[in-house]
Structure formats: C-alpha cells, structure tokens
Design a protein around this ligand. Structure first.
Ligand SMILES: C[S@@+](CC[C@H](N)C(=O)[O-])C[C@H]1O[C@@H](n2cnc3c(N)ncnc32)[C@H](O)[C@@H]1O
Length: 330
C-alpha cells in the first residue's frame, strides 16, 4: 500500500485571485474592468468574456428576449443600470452596481415600482377566453382613456393577449451605433402597427431634481458630447386647469427605451400614457404608430423642435428636420 499519496497543492495567491475574480468582475464599470484586465492574462480573458456578455444583451437578461448591441468601431456596449420598471430616484450621485447576467427574479429590488397593480374587484366581462361566462375580477387597466388592458386578476394569467403593455419587451430589438446620433434602437423583426414596443423606464424625479440634472446634462453635452436620456411628459388633467409633469431619467438607470432617438417627423412610435387605477403616476409606453420593418430605426418626437436656437444639432435626416433638437426649458 502506497502511503505517500500526494495532497492537492494549495493554489497560488494568483490562482486564488483569478478564481475569486469571476464573482466580482461582472460588477465592475467599463473603466475598472479595463484596468483590471491589463494586470494578467487570465483577468484579460475573463474581462473579454464579460464584455462579450454585456454586448450580447443590454437588458442583462431582465427582458424575455436579449437586446444585443451591434458592435461597431470602439463601442462594444453602453454602460448603465438596467431596470424594466420605473424606479424611485436615487439621491446619491453614485447609482448602485448591478452584475451583468443577473436575471430578474420577479422581486422588486432597487426601489422598483413594479407593473401596475390592478385594483381588486373592478372590471368584469373582459371577453377573454377563460373569463367568458364567469364573473371576472380582471380589474381593467386603462390605456390613454380610449384603450384598456386586463389587470392581474385576468383568468388567462400574465400571457393574456390584453396584457401586453404589462409584460415588458416582447418584440426583437437591437441597439445600433450611428456616427452622429450615437446609439439607436432598431427593430430586430417586423413590428405591426399598434403593437406594444416598450415602456420608458428610469428614475422618477421631482421637477426640482430634473431641472438640476438637466443643467448638468446640457453642460456635459456641449463640452464632452455626453448623451443623456431625461424625458419630461406633461399630462393635461381632465379639469383642463392643471398639468401633471412626469420626469423620467434613464441616463444612469433605465431600459431599452433610453436608446430611442428623436425624429422631427414624429417617427414611428407613439407615446401613450398607461394609467392603472392603483398607481399614482401613469407609465409612459411606446406603441408602433405604423408597420415597422426589420432593421428600421425606432424613433419618436422629443417635442417641439427649434424652440431653443442654442440646442444641439439634430441629425434625424427627415425632410422636415429643423436642424435643432427639441430641448426642455428648465
Ligand atoms: C435618449 S438618448 C438616445 C440614445 C443616444 N443616441 C445614445 O447614444 O445613448 C438622447 C440623446 O441622443 C442623441 N440624439 C437623439 N436623437 C438625435 C437626433 N435626431 N440627432 C442628433 N442626436 C440625437 C442626443 O445626444 C440626445 O441627447
């Protein structure tokens, strides 16, 4: 019997560090990742595989379908924290870290405001297959006062054909880089007119905070050409005397909608405010305003163009382009 069996040698500190790296590298920001990757061959390989994962799905698996970046020149992906829903604002200037490749497990985290909670007991007779002829506690969710969707009580479950606006992105999308507009959201497949495309998700801000950030973004745009994604939507209340201002900033924390560029002709998306009876604020949703062909860029109008003669240049390329991007007066 051989009693001289060799024990497994203890891994060297370098190997131990590389083993641990797989856990912390996915949390690093691009500049940190690139700094770490230059320290050893192993870390370089690991960083490359993380970069490849980041380029292959901007949604970090939060959406049902991956949303790839179509890589061009030196821009493999854009870094931001992904949220499929509106989030309550982070007052800190340093948003939390989020690993790439962490699928959404359905539990609201990061201060998420989930999809609209339907109010129990409302609705009835929604006409869905499994609700027909029975008392339905569907709790309708109103879409812009004209259309409506089924609520969480619908007998068909979340797959109900009348709940598309609550399920996240279900059409194939991709993010393509163009020389003058930066990244843009494109159709990865044919999208029929009227189909739900996505919600505009990001940080919900007070108007005071939105104004503070807008000043910073305007400065960054004119100095270092940094893009921002702060959307301001005004909803005229039924009284006609008041207006609700909704500020959603998707610059640091947002979803695929943060890549939708402006078009002076109104583009191919219409903005619809979806209000659920249980929610304080409506959600801003995009529907295809006409049939959209595969590869076509998805665009909408950011607002009235040309109001600010010092605004940034518009490169929408449409025949009615005013040459200047619409900008929100602060
Ligand atoms: C919501 S982001 C859209 C995504 C952005 N292109 C990016 O690379 O992240 C808005 C920014 O995109 C750029 N942009 C959008 N539409 C544009 C247009 N028609 N012409 C020029 N730049 C545009 C502007 O820098 C604007 O501040």
């Amino acid at each position: 019997m051989n009693t001289n069996r060799k024990k497994n040698p203890k891994p060297s500190p370098a190997v131990q560090f590389s083993d641990a790296a797989v856990y912390f590298l996915p949390y690093l920001r691009p500049t940190e990742l690139s700094a770490v990757s230059s320290t050893s061959k192993t870390l370089n390989l690991l960083s490359k595989s993380i970069t490849a994962a980041r380029s292959s799905d901007a949604s970090r698996t939060f959406e049902k379908l991956p949303v790839p970046f179509v890589i061009s020149d030196h821009h493999p992906y854009a870094y931001f924290i992904y949220t499929p829903f509106q989030v309550l604002t982070f007052l800190s200037d340093d948003p939390p870290r989020q690993p790439w490749g962490s699928g959404f497990d359905g539990r609201p985290g990061l201060g998420l405001v989930g999809p609209p909670a339907a109010v129990e007991g409302g609705g009835g007779g929604c006409g869905c297959e499994r609700c027909d002829g029975v008392v339905c506690s569907c709790s309708r969710v109103e879409v812009d006062g004209l259309r409506w969707e089924c609520g969480s009580g619908c007998g068909c479950g979340s797959e109900c054909g009348r709940r598309v606006g609550q399920r996240g992105v279900e059409v194939r999308l991709k993010i393509v880089r163009s020389g003058r507009k930066g990244w843009g959201l494109h159709a990865g497949e044919f999208i029929g007119g009227g189909e739900f495309v996505c919600e505009y998700a990001g940080e919900l801000l007070t108007t005071k905070e939105a104004r503070r950030r807008q000043l910073i973004y305007d400065k960054l745009a004119s100095t270092v050409k940094r893009t921002s994604a702060l959307l301001v939507v005004r909803e005229h209340l039924p009284s006609g005397n008041a207006c609700l201002r909704i500020n959603i900033d998707a610059t640091r924390i947002g979803n695929v909608a943060r890549f939708i560029n402006h078009s002076c002709d109104g583009g191919n998306l219409s903005t619809v405010l979806v209000r659920s009876s249980g929610a304080l604020l409506p959600r801003v949703c995009f529907f295809a305003s006409r049939d959209i062909l595969i590869d076509e860029e998805l665009t909408f109008s950011y607002g009235e163009a040309g109001l600010n003669p010092n605004g940034s240049k518009c490169f929408c390329g449409t025949s009615c382009c005013s040459g200047i991007m619409p900008s929100e007066p602060t």
